[in-house]
Design a protein around this ligand. Structure first.
Ligand SMILES: Nc1ncnc2c1ncn2[C@@H]1O[C@H](COP(=O)(O)OP(=O)(O)OP(=O)(O)O)[C@@H](O)[C@H]1O
Length: 229
């Protein structure tokens, strides 16, 4: 899928300013952004998701223009078909697993008291082996299960792209290894485009076909194509 980002944004906090100036173009479905802390990786993802309006530039996803300052286009997040998975998964603690997954689908007459009866919720709970935990609450789950609930909640909306901001950073080494493998297999199975932020070289190798290094708010190296052959 074609992703085109060409944006500028100035952020000011007290005396400290930061310039984001990202020019990135790829046709890959498996994109990784890496680079030092504070480089502008999360801001780039936020701009793509519609959570950070750039000062100027252009963002295109597939054939859709999400942002174009010259044309006065800035689609709100809910119209972008972009799923953003936060570092801490941001599950709703007072909702069950099934209710969390169903949350994005909630509209009109949909009955939130029996969310596991919704076909899409059923499908994603089964797909992530979460059916047995449908009535559990997030605090009753393991770290890996919580991550799978967050993924199911994101994918139930059938997004054009899944954005993951350091998806494994909160997990211990063994679980991180397993979840990385699960995410890789998921991506292969569904062919859903993903853009992942990471610091971990092991993620680069497995999750990135197109790899971009971000430093000081800019793309530091041109797209690196990772071959798995
Ligand atoms: N709302 C804001 N106002 C001012 N500066 C900001 C704001 N948000 C982020 N910044 C600054 O922008 C820079 C880039 O932040 P960003 O969160 O994109 O970094 P990152 O590369 O994702 O880092 P990390 O790997 O630590 O998550 C940082 O220096 C940060 O302090």
């Amino acid at each position: 899928m074609t992703i085109e980002i060409n944006i500028r944004k100035h952020l000011q906090a007290e005396e400290r300013g930061f310039n984001l100036d990202i020019a990135l173009h790829t046709d890959s479905n498996r994109v990784v952004l890496y680079g030092p802390s504070g480089a502008g990786k999360s801001l780039t993802l936020q701009a793509l998701a519609g959570l950070l309006p750039p000062d100027e530039g252009l963002i295109r996803l597939k054939q859709n223009t999400l942002f174009d300052s010259a044309a006065g286009i800035c689609l709100p997040p809910q119209q972008r078909k972009v799923a953003y998975l936060f570092q801490d998964y941001a599950l709703f603690p007072h909702l069950t697993v099934a209710q969390n997954v169903a949350f994005g689908l909630r509209k009109g007459c949909f009955n939130m008291r029996r969310p596991q009866q919704h076909p899409a919720v059923q499908k994603w709970l089964a797909s992530f082996e979460l059916s047995a935990t449908a009535n559990s609450y997030p605090h009753q789950l393991s770290g890996g299960q919580r991550q799978r609930v967050a993924l199911a909640r994101a994918l139930v909306l059938e997004p054009d792209i899944l954005l993951l901001d350091e998806p494994f950073s909160a997990l211990d080494l063994g679980l991180r290894e397993r979840m990385r493998r699960e995410l890789f297999e998921l991506q292969q199975r569904l062919d859903v485009p993903m853009m992942v932020i990471t610091h971990d070289p092991a993620d680069l190798a497995l999750l990135g076909d197109a790899i971009f290094e971000i430093r000081d708010g800019m793309i530091a190296t041109p797209e690196k194509i990772h071959s798995r052959i």
